[in-house]
Write a protein that binds this ligand. Structure first.
Ligand code: PSU
Ligand code: MN
Length: 304
C-alpha cells in the first residue's frame, strides 16, 4: 500500500502498512483526558504491548507539532499523559486548525477515525464512544463521534457508551446514520462499567472472523461508514449498576449546576466519576480497554 503523505507514520506502522500486516489504531484523548497520570501512560504502553502480542501493530494517533501522527514514540506518549487535559482535545472540527498552527491535539474517537482512515488502518480500539447526551433535545449535544461513525470506514471496538449519555437515543442516532452495532458474544448493549444497559444491539456475533467477514463485505460492496463493535467489560471487572448509576446521576447534576458545556462536558463527567469512585472505576476502565485491544487485534488479523 502507498502511504498517505499527510500522515506522519512511526517506522513500525509504516512498515506494517506497506507489507499489508494487521494494524490497529488507538486514540489519545483517553490518555490526556480519560485517565490520571501516570496510569494513563502505563495503560497506553500496555495497550501497545497487548496489540503486538496479539499479532497487530499498534498505531496510537495524535496531532504533534502540527503533524498528523499514526504511531507515537514513547516520549510522545509520556508527553500526552503528563500534560493531561492541557493538551487540546481534538475532534473533526479541530484537526486542520491545530495542525495549521503547528500545535498538539489529543484525538477523540472521531479524530482518530479520520487519521486511521487516511492512514489505511481499518480497526480501532478504545474504551467508550461519545454519543447523544441526556437532555440533548434541549442542548443538541450530540458527539461528533456518531457523525464520524456514519461516514468514515473504520471498525471501532469499544465497551459501549457510559450512562452519562442517553444510550437509547445514541442507538437511534446510529441507526439513522446507518451504523451497524454488533455485540461481541452478546445482544445487549453494554454501558461501559456494566455489561448491560437494558438496550439491545442490532446483531450478535461470537467470533472475530464473523465480524471481519461482515466488515470486509461492507467494504467490497462500497457501503460507506463505520461499524461499531461493542465488547462488554469482563465479568470480574464489571461494577455494581446501582452504585455507578448513582455516581453518574450526581455527576450529571453537578455539571448542570456548574454550567459545564460543549467539549468540556465529557471530560468533566469522566473526571468527576473517577474522583468519586476512586480506584475502582479506573481499574474497570483499564481492564475493558485491554480487552478491546485484544478483540480489535483479532479482527484486524482476520480482515481480508
Ligand atoms: N467516553 C469515555 N471515555 C472517553 C471519551 C468518551 O467513556 O475517554 C472521550 C473519547 O475520546 C470520545 C470523546 O471520543 O470523549 C467524546 O467527547 P465528546 O462527547 O465531547 O464528543
Ligand atoms: Mn458534545
Amino acid at each position: 500500500m502507498k502511504l498517505n503523505e499527510n500522515v506522519c507514520f512511526s517506522p513500525e506502522v509504516a512498515d506494517a502498512l506497506e507489507r499489508g500486516l494487521p494494524v490497529i489504531a488507538l486514540e489519545s484523548t483517553i490518555i490526556s483526558h480519560g485517565m490520571p497520570y501516570p496510569q494513563n501512560v502505563e495503560t497506553a504502553r500496555e495497550c501497545e504491548r497487548i496489540a503486538r502480542s496479539c499479532g497487530a501493530v499498534p498505531a496510537t494517533c495524535a496531532v504533534i507539532g502540527g503533524r498528523l501522527c499514526a504511531g507515537l514514540t514513547d516520549e510522545q506518549l509520556e508527553y500526552l499523559g503528563r500534560t493531561g487535559p492541557a493538551v487540546t482535545k481534538a475532534s473533526r472540527r479541530d484537526i486542520a486548525v491545530i495542525a495549521s498552527r503547528g500545535g498538539d491535539g489529543a484525538l477523540t474517537v472521531a479524530g482518530t477515525m479520520i487519521i486511521a482512515a487516511m492512514a489505511g488502518i481499518r480497526v480501532f480500539a478504545t474504551g467508550g464512544i461519545g454519543g447523544v447526551h441526556r437532555g440533548a433535545e434541549k442542548t443538541m449535544d450530540i458527539s461528533a463521534d456518531l457523525e464520524e461513525l456514519g461516514r468514515t470506514d473504520v471498525t471501532v471496538v469499544c465497551s459501549g457508551a457510559k450512562s452519562i449519555l442517553d444510550i437509547g437515543l445514541t442507538l437511534e442516532y446510529l441507526e439513522t446514520k446507518g451504523v451497524p452495532v454488533i455485540g461481541y458474544g452478546t445482544d445487549e448493549m453494554p454501558a461501559f462499567y456494566t455489561r448491560k444497559s437494558g438496550f439491545k444491539t442490532d446483531y450478535r456475533m461470537d467470533t472475530p472472523e464473523e465480524i471481519a467477514r461482515a466488515v470486509s463485505l461492507k467494504k467490497k460492496l462500497g457501503i460507506a461508514g463505520g461499524t461499531l463493535v461493542v465488547n462488554p467489560v469482563p465479568e470480574e471487572y464489571s461494577m455494581d449498576k446501582e452504585r455507578i448509576d448513582a455516581v453518574i446521576e450526581a455527576a450529571v447534576q453537578k455539571a448542570e449546576r456548574l454550567g459545564v458545556k460543549g467539549k468540556n462536558i465529557t471530560p468533566f463527567l469522566l473526571a468527576d466519576i473517577k474522583d468519586v469512585t476512586g480506584g475502582d472505576s479506573l481499574e474497570t476502565n483499564i481492564a475493558l480497554v485491554f480487552n478491546n485491544v485484544r478483540l480489535a487485534s483479532a479482527i484486524a488479523c482476520a480482515l481480508e
